[in-house]
Design a protein around this ligand. Structure first.
Ligand code: CA
Ligand code: CA
Ligand code: CA
Length: 275
């Protein structure tokens, strides 16, 4: 029984003071096609318990995750096993200290078998790992959202999570902020997409200060992915700083080093500068 094993292992490691804690690579429960995250208070976090019960596989995996596990900096192992009505429909674990208490929260896409995707924030409380807040589920199964970036997009000192609701259908960017035990939507922008079907999903947005005002801006493709949009959220206003046309649909590898670079659907890499 994996959870019991993890708890027992955590107890044994804790009592023995061993430095050789279980990690993503040695965990037989790990979701193999996923990417673990490494932080400070949360040394490492990864998806566990592969399951086919949702049967969506937007990430081209053969499985979604039935739980999460984290190894804390002090060696504790903490796990979350989801009820059978939901899965983590995600392949990358994200860590960010959303409430500023010095311990990272885990951010992941949580999908209901009957209601589709939501974004969940998972917190560590002692030896427990639990969902502390989530956005509403989309409302239909096999409807998905794709997290974009986590940054202080409005410059108020608190982090916001940018995500795209249904990046192939609705294409709506939303910014959410954790306030206590609630996620509150603080901005939205229509006509964006950060995912091309059949590709990995986390290389089509950037949080970078493009206009030099000291606050990160969001760089993300338009709904058709045939342009890059640079959007500022400072002082609670949504401002499109620039929109840069591309020669085709962006599919990945978006970077910025003075100019933008992005891979297109035909395999070319296009470089584009702000005029
Ligand atoms: Ca925290
Ligand atoms: Ca903020
Ligand atoms: Ca800026």
């Amino acid at each position: 029984m994996p959870l019991l094993m993890a708890v027992l292992l955590a107890f044994l490691l804790g009592s023995a003071g061993s430095a050789r804690a279980i990690d993503f690579g040695s965990d037989p429960d790990a979701l193999r096609d996923s990417v673990a995250a490494r932080g400070s208070a949360v040394a490492e976090a990864w998806f566990i318990l592969p399951t086919g019960r949702y049967d969506h596989f937007v990430h081209d995996n053969s499985a979604e995750a039935g739980g999460l596990r984290a190894r804390m900096a002090d060696g504790r192992i903490v796990s979350l096993v989801l009820p059978s009505t939901v899965v983590f429909e995600d392949s990358i674990v994200r860590l960010a200290d959303l409430d500023g208490d010095g311990t990272e929260e885990i951010i992941a896409v949580l999908s209901s078998l009957s209601q589709g995707a939501a974004l969940a924030v998972i917190g560590i409380d002692g030896d427990r790992l639990g969902i502390i807040a989530a956005t509403p589920f989309i409302g239909q199964p096999h409807r998905w959202l794709n997290p974009a970036q986590i940054a202080d997009f409005d410059g108020d000192g608190r982090l916001e999570i940018a995500l795209v609701q249904m990046p192939h259908l609705v294409k709506r960017l939303e910014l959410w902020r954790l306030e206590g035990s609630t996620l509150r939507r603080v901005a939205q922008v229509d006509d964006v997409s950060n995912h091309a079907i059949g590709t990995e999903q986390q290389s089509l947005s950037l949080a970078r200060d493009i206009n030099g005002d000291g606050v990160p801006d969001l760089v993300i493709p338009s709904g058709s992915r045939e342009a890059l949009r640079v959007i500022s959220f400072t002082e609670g206003r949504v401002t499109e700083l620039v929109q840069l046309a591309l020669d085709g649909a962006a599919v990945g590898d978006l970077t910025y080093e003075g100019t933008f670079s992005v891979r297109l659907a035909d395999g070319r890499t296009q470089r584009v500068a702000i005029p």
